[in-house]
Write a protein that binds this ligand. Structure first.
Ligand code: PMP
Length: 338
């Protein structure tokens, strides 16, 4: 009933059962280090933790006042949530500065900027690395670094890593994310941000998520009845096959080249890349600049325009994570485009 879960833990609103299932699932999958060297911070979705990380990095003691607001950059196309969440309060601490590839760090007088790296990337599914080498101010958004989307080739060990149940198991409505953070000062300031915003995170949600993660991990133990990530890969493989077929048949769009299959330490075999989103560019004969508008008005298909991701509106992002019925209707409508 209390606000508190463990007064002695740095993240005092983190439920111990949720914490132990997070460490367990990372050990099982091998996608990130989550040992005792990392502080776990729970947030109301990784959305809240993204803001908490910006706050923590821009309030570092000793940071010269003159370097604020600190620029925040990410490679284009970048997740549409970053610019919006960064600039919503017009903070004096940090401000959105766009594409990391066209950003000149010298304009900030040194290392005072924050780079956000999303890998696999939303929207285009590519495996991104940091552009800049100042690793202490990087935020790694690893929401999609799970075996249903991409081969798990190494355990990530960055300073700040963000994960979410939204993409791991699909429970976006539980509004639970977690950050794995190396530096104690950064972790404390992130905790302070969540404390000031929402006095912690629902224990009910954490208990439910703990139950879900426990069921997933139990499924992989001897005698386990089901294997969630294998199921996820099967569904994603079918969907990508169907989408590729229909896109190739109508010839109006181009796909990106994805990295070649790689050995996945979790699946114990070579696996292919199956991003959560397809990133399509209109290449047909019609004079269409706004592909999102064309698909919505002419074909009743809802996508998200490239313009939200810092790029051209010839591109659209298509979700492959919809309900089966929705995906079936989508494929039917795509196949009617000539
Ligand atoms: N990061 C990325 C890359 C995402 O795609 C999303 C969800 N669309 C989020 C963060 C936000 O996730 P959450 O539901 O945990 O707030």
């Amino acid at each position: 009933m209390s606000y508190f879960s463990d007064r002695h833990n740095l993240c005092w609103f983190l439920h111990h059962e949720f914490a132990s299932q997070i460490r367990r699932i990372h050990r099982l999958v091998g996608n990130a280090f989550a040992d005792e060297n990392y502080h776990i911070i729970v947030g109301n979705g990784s959305t809240q933790l993204y803001q908490a990380a910006l706050y923590a990095l821009s309030t570092h003691p000793g940071l010269p006042e003159t370097c604020r607001p600190i620029p925040v950059v990410s490679v284009v196309p970048h997740y549409s949530g970053y610019p919006a969440a960064t600039d919503v309060l017009r903070s004096a601490l940090y401000k959105w500065a766009g594409d990391a590839n066209s950003f000149d760090p010298h304009t900030t007088g040194g290392d005072h900027y924050i780079e956000v790296i999303c890998s696999p990337n939303n929207p285009d599914g590519l495996l991104n690395n940091s552009v800049f080498k100042q690793i202490t101010n990087n935020i790694h958004d690893l929401a999609y670094y799970w075996p249903q989307y991409t081969p798990i080739t190494n355990a990530a060990d960055h300073n700040i890593m963000l994960f979410t149940v939204s993409k791991c198991t699909g429970h976006a409505g539980s509004r639970l994310g977690w950050a794995l953070v190396k530096d104690k000062g950064v972790a404390s300031r992130m905790v302070q941000f969540v404390e000031l915003g929402t006095i912690g995170v629902s224990k009910d949600s954490q208990l439910r998520a703990a139950t879900i993660l426990r069921a997933v991990a139990d499924g992989y133990e001897e005698g386990g009845a089901y294997k969630l990530f294998h199921f996820g890969r099967k569904v994603m493989t079918e969907r990508w096959d169907r989408l590729r077929q229909v896109v190739m048949a109508n010839g109006a769009f181009s796909f990106l080249e994805y990295p070649p299959p790689a050995y996945c330490g979790f699946m114990r075999e070579e696996t292919s890349h199956l991003p959560a989103f397809a990133w399509l560019k209109y290449e047909g004969n019609l004079d269409i600049e706004d592909t999102e508008n064309f698909l919505r008005t002419k074909h009743n298909i809802l996508t998200r325009s490239g313009k939200h991701f810092g790029t051209e509106s010839k591109y659209v992002r298509i979700s492959l994570l919809e309900l089966e019925e929705t995906f079936n209707i989508f494929i039917d409508r795509m196949s009617s485009i000539i």
